[in-house]
Every structure is written in structure tokens, then in C-alpha cells.
Write a protein that binds this ligand. Structure first.
Ligand code: GDP
Length: 481
């Protein structure tokens, strides 16, 4: 069919340069194709190679997904302790740990690992994440069926447990080649407190062995993608998939995570009511990990210092009761995401009590203040997801150091954030919120490079791979840029 001129480019845009597949029922997930009209067009296009690889992955997932013949065959292997013969479908089962931001960055990492190793990603969203995301792959499901036989083991996914890959390496003196028969499944533990054996997951020489294991059951709260770029066997393929290293998470998160209709309702109602008419939208995420160590006044001072130093919003005029009417009167909306209400209240009051020096009007909004992080609560996660998404619709984004919640917002929005250093102590700092070097998340707890690669080389020199650096907000962490 011929499209009238213009329509075609609109269609392409709606699919984010081919990143998103066609063939979905649009009504069942309105955000998938509508989100683009709430955002500026991303200047970052996916490579043609990534696009074709995603379509291939979708075919694989459809062929191997829940309730297919291949899936049933693969399940049968689980009941025998060792595998004989090859399998046509291999899987990686993702299990949750930690907050929503942590979960999203680790699901994205697991997906990339699945793509690189021809595995099918299945996710255990349990009840607390049920119904907050749409299905990412057409005509199939990525949700792990509830009758999956190993779910009762998920709680034992901890460092060094008996079914873990780390444990297997340990009892075989790190020499995996002595294991003649690969097991039908292995636990892969890659969360913040993983041990030195678990970390050997990243060892290039063992990839071949892992490939023979049909089921990997993963627990991770990390964005482990940067380390995949350090594994020689993956480097060429990753280079083709992502010629621009800074866009890895940006593409993955936009491909995988679409707000469900219910979540999209929260996002769009907030947007329409408070943000749509603003000339500029600013997102400010204030994540305070320790309220005692970081008193409200000190954090507030840091935020105000950040706004002033980086000129994110105009200052208030202490002298005049009313702004001179001649100015162009720009409307700026700042959305604050935080568990606590105080930052919002103080900033809102500040811009209500005094005019700005340039006559701009500042709207200050906060969608919710949940006070504490809840676990196992679906509505709480829905709000968190809505707020992450609302932040991602900003023109200018300020995130908080060390927060994965902020990482997801910056990736979705394609925004290079200003990183607010939430001070631990009684003083604000001179550099309250330096600009991040990329929109990529930080891998907070990477393994030591010299242990994995058996060399004396260290990563921190920056010379080893040109596009992996120490994170701005975590000295031991690494990130792509
Ligand atoms: P991180 O701990 O900052 O790295 O982010 P996570 O998302 O992994 O975990 C924090 C969790 O606390 C979130 O998932 C939410 O459940 C809750 N939370 C933290 N900050 C906010 C916020 O600004 N808004 C909402 N709604 N929830 C938040």
C-alpha cells in the first residue's frame, strides 16, 4: 500500500526507527505507540543490525515461549539432573531482587545476555509487578508460567548456594572442563553481594560450558551490561549491535518496558494536568538512602545549590514583591520524585512567596510521597514506575547519585542527567550536581577485571577499553559512555 506523503515517516517514528515490532494489538498497550508523542524524538536511532537481531529474537521467543512444544520439551529436561542430547531452546529465567529501578536495569541486562547467547528470557514478576508493564514480544509472553517447577527454589538464590554456577566452579577447583556432564539448570547469582566464584560467570573461557546448560536461573539487581563489553567473545557482536555505546540502555529500556494501560493512565493524567502547558519540564529525583545521615536541610541546600550553579531554574528575587511584567514569562514545571514531601514543600513555597528574577513562573509538583520503600506491593510499584516514566518526559533531568530509579528515567528519556550528590553529613558540597558523561546506568559492583581475565591489567586506567569508564557516582562501578 502507498502511504500519503508524510505518513510513512510518522509510522517509522512511532516504531522508534524500527526498534519496536509491529503486530501488537494497540489497544492492549496504548503506551507502546503513543509514548513517542509525549517525548522529543530521540536523536539516537537503533542500528539496522540491532533491529534485525530483535526481530530474530522475537521469532525465537515465539517458537520457544511458554506453552509451546519446545518449552514443554525443555521443561522435561529439568526433571533429569543432567542433560543428554542438545536442546532446541535454551532459557534464562530472571528473578526479582531489590527495588523497581534495580529490577529494570537487571532485566535489561539479562535480555541483552539472552540475545547474545541465543537464550529466551522469561521473567518472574510475581504479584507485586503484575500488570505494570506490557508484554514486550509479539504473539507470546515473557512471563514465567506460575507452574514453573523450580519456583520453590528461587528463595535460595543466594551467594554460593548448592545449585549455583559459582558453587559448581568451587567444587571443581575452578576447572569447569572436568565437569563431563553439564547440569540441566544452574543458578546464576549476580546481585550486589555475590562472591568471587559467582563472579566467574563473566569469564570468557567458561561461556562455552554455560552454553550447554539449557536453563539458567538468574538473580541480579545490577546493570551488568558494561562487563559484557569486556568479554572478548561478545565484543564484535556488541560492536555491531551498538555502534554508539552510550545508547545501549536507551534502546533496551525503550524496547522492553512499556507502561501497561493502567500505568499509562497515571502517567498521562499527571502529564496533561501539570506538565503539558509548560515551556520547559524539569525532573528532579531526590533519593535519600539514609534520612539520618542526610538531614533534610542539608539535602535541600544541596538541591538549591545545584539549581543555582547549573542554572536549571531562575533564582527568586528577594527584593520585589512582584516580577516586572515586561518579560516573556516562561512557564517552567519542575516535577519532584521523592519518597518524602519536604523538598517539594520547600521549593514550592519558595517560588510562591517570591517572584523569580526574570519573571518566569515555576510550577512545582510531586506525584506521590510514599515515605518508605514497600516490598511486595503492586500499587506502590505502579506509582514508582509512573514516576520513573514521568521523569523521563522531562527536558532537563536531575537524578540522585547511586540511584537505579534515576538511571531508568535517564535511559528512557535519552537524557544525560545532572547527578545530584546527596550529601551524607552536615554539609552541602561545592559540586552539588555535576553533569553525567552519558545516559547509561552504572554497574555498581563489577568483578575485578584482573581476577576475571587472569591478567595484571586493571580497568581503572581507562585504557583497556575506550568506552568503559569509572562511574561518576560510584568509584568501584563502571559504565559505558
Ligand atoms: P534505588 O534504590 O534508588 O536504586 O531504586 P529502586 O527503584 O531499585 O528502589 C527504590 C524503591 O523505593 C522504588 O522502586 C520505589 O518502590 C521506592 N521509591 C524510591 N524513590 C521513590 C520515588 O521518588 N517515588 C516513588 N513512587 N517511589 C520511590
Amino acid at each position: 500500500d502507498k502511504h500519503p506523503s508524510g505518513t510513512e515517516s510518522m509510522v517509522v517514528d512511532k516504531l522508534l526507527g524500527g526498534l519496536l515490532a509491529t503486530g501488537f494489538d494497540e489497544e492492549s498497550c496504548i503506551s507502546r505507540y503513543q509514548a513517542t508523542s509525549y517525548r522529543k524524538t530521540s536523536p539516537h536511532k537503533p542500528s539496522a543490525y540491532l533491529v534485525s537481531k530483535l526481530r530474530k529474537y522475537e521469532d525465537l521467543h515465539k517458537r520457544c515461549g511458554p506453552n509451546t512444544e519446545s518449552y514443554k520439551r525443555a521443561l522435561k529436561k529439568l526433571s533429569s539432573s543432567h542433560i543428554n542430547g542438545t536442546t532446541d531452546c535454551n532459557y534464562i529465567v530472571w528473578t526479582p531482587s531489590n527495588g523497581l529501578g534495580n529490577r529494570i536495569i537487571s532485566m535489561a541486562s539479562s535480555f541483552l545476555y539472552a540475545v547474545l547467547t541465543n537464550r529466551v528470557l522469561l521473567v518472574d514478576h510475581g504479584t507485586d509487578m503484575a500488570g505494570i508493564f506490557c508484554e514486550p514480544f509479539p504473539n507470546t509472553s515473557w512471563l514465567l508460567p506460575i507452574d514453573f517447577p523450580l519456583t520453590n527454589q528461587f528463595y535460595s538464590l543466594q551467594p554460593g548456594n548448592a545449585h549455583s554456577y559459582g558453587h559448581l566452579l568451587k567444587i571443581n577447583n575452578m576447572n569447569i572442563s572436568t565437569v563431563s556432564q553439564p547440569p540441566s539448570f544452574l543458578h546464576i547469582y549476580l546481585a550486589y553481594n555475590y562472591d568471587r566464584h559467582d563472579k566467574l560467570f563473566f569469564q570468557d573461557e567458561n561461556l562455552g560450558f554455560l552454553q550447554k546448560v539449557p536453563w539458567l536461573i538468574l538473580k541480579s539487581d545490577q546493570y551488568f551490561v558494561p562487563y559484557l563489553f569486556l568479554i572478548p567473545s561478545f565484543q564484535q557482536e556488541l560492536g555491531k549491535l551498538f555502534p554508539d555505546k552510550e545508547t545501549v540502555f536507551h534502546h533496551l529500556v525503550r524496547y522492553l518496558f512499556h507502561p501497561s494501560n493502567q500505568a499509562w493512565g497515571l502517567i498521562t493524567r499527571f502529564y496533561r494536568a501539570y506538565l503539558a502547558s509548560a515551556d520547559q519540564k524539569i525532573g528532579l529525583q531526590v533519593r535519600v538512602f539514609d534520612r539520618k545521615a542526610s538531614p533534610v536541610n542539608v539535602v535541600l541546600e544541596q538541591i538549591l545549590g545545584c539549581i543555582k550553579k547549573e542554572k536549571l531554574l531562575p533564582q527568586v528575587d528577594e527584593q520585589k514583591p512582584i516580577a516586572s511584567p515586561s518579560k516573556n514569562q516562561t512557564l517552567r514545571a519542575i516535577t519532584i520524585a521523592s519518597l518524602y514531601p519536604e523538598y517539594y514543600e520547600r521549593i514550592k513555597s519558595m517560588y510562591w512567596m517570591k517572584p523569580t528574577v526574570n519573571g518566569d513562573f515555576i510550577g512545582v509538583y510531586q506525584p506521590s510521597h510514599e515515605e518508605v520503600q514497600h516490598f511486595g506491593n503492586n500499587v506502590h510499584n505502579m506509582k514508582a514506575w509512573a514516576e520513573i516514566s514521568i521523569l523521563s518526559l522531562s527536558d532537563v533531568l536531575v537524578t540522585s547519585s547511586w540511584s537505579t530509579f534515576g538511571y531508568v528515567a535517564q535511559g528512557l528519556g535519552g537524557l544525560k542527567p545532572w547527578i545530584l550528590y546527596v550529601p551524607a553529613g552536615n554539609k552541602s558540597t561545592d559540586q552539588p550536581c555535576p553533569r553525567g558523561m552519558s545516559m547509561e546506568p552504572c554497574f555498581h559492583f563489577p568483578p575485578d577485571y584482573h581476577r576475571i581475565s587472569n591478567t595484571r591489567k586493571r580497568l581503572d586506567t581507562g585504557s583497556l577499553v575506550p568506552h568503559v569508564r569509572q562511574c561518576e557516582d560510584a568509584s568501584k562501578g563502571i559504565k559505558l559512555f
